[in-house]
Design a protein around this ligand. Sequence first.
Ligand code: GCU
Length: 331
Amino acid sequence: RRTFLALAGGAGAAAGLAGCTPLIGSPEEGKVMIFSLNQTTDHPSYAALNAWNDDLAAVTGERWGIDVYANATLGGQQEVVMLVGDGAVDMAVISGTALENLNPDYRTMNLPGVFDGIDHQVAVTNNLAIMGELYSSLEESHGITVVGMFTQGARNLYTTAPVETPEQLSGMRIRVQESDVAIDMINAMGGAATPMPYGEVYTALQSGILDGAENNEVSYVTQRHLEVARHYTLTAHQVGLDFIVVHSGLLAGMRPADAEAFRASWLRASANHTQLWKDETAAATEQMLAEGVTIHEIDRTPFVERLQPVAERYLTSDVARSLYERIRQEA
Ligand code: GCU
């Protein structure tokens, strides 16, 4: 117990982590896992992860836990996913778009129209009969296993000037995540997609390098992008997701009873996050209105029509198409 608490509270410097992560005895016995998150401590994923740590500790006799490093202090998602593969970082929240670059089948999970909404997405992604193969597909090649996902809710456009139609978006430089699907979606919607890491968006909007970006209400508010792009348009072009990834060797080394407790604890964390997400999305919308953002409720049809061919373009492999169809059966 003493060891767990001491380690759980310890905030090691990011630079010193590689190769000397704290272990309690052998990995099979337990570990306070170093966990990377690129969000602020106001974001619901931070709260949900800390609650998960408490639960995990309670059900494993305080032998397992997670120590969450927020604000991307361990690196941006593209770097961190590699650190998890190496085992220098144990776990992380990684946007679905970042896994596309490692296995193109992951694109299916990021396509417009694949999920009807949050509840559909959560049910599908916790169903290992549907997801199991994809979640273990990076184990041999990259040392990464996916545990499940936290929803990102609907992603919407936000811009420095009002946008209600694809024509108004024409020529605007819109920041997207570093993924082919994300680039294609914004280009199809009429914008000029500009891939860029999350942490650079505020400054780029402020300095006029960008005319806008796209994200959910929670990120728009917690990253303070609402200060520098004052128009928020409800395009809901994607129901985004964040995968929870773990170093495969670590998971494989868990005692079977601990692995079972870890899974059950994860499912509680997932349910808790989903509720927090819905509450915080409503709170973020209130915050946007209180801070004078213009929220544009639009007829989504012209955007939806432009997005349809993007989904089609990525459903060429048998794996991608059958996964897509299986997910749609659950809608
Ligand atoms: C959301 C998502 C992050 C992602 C970010 C982005 O905030 O939860 O995981 O990094 O969008 O647009 O890059």
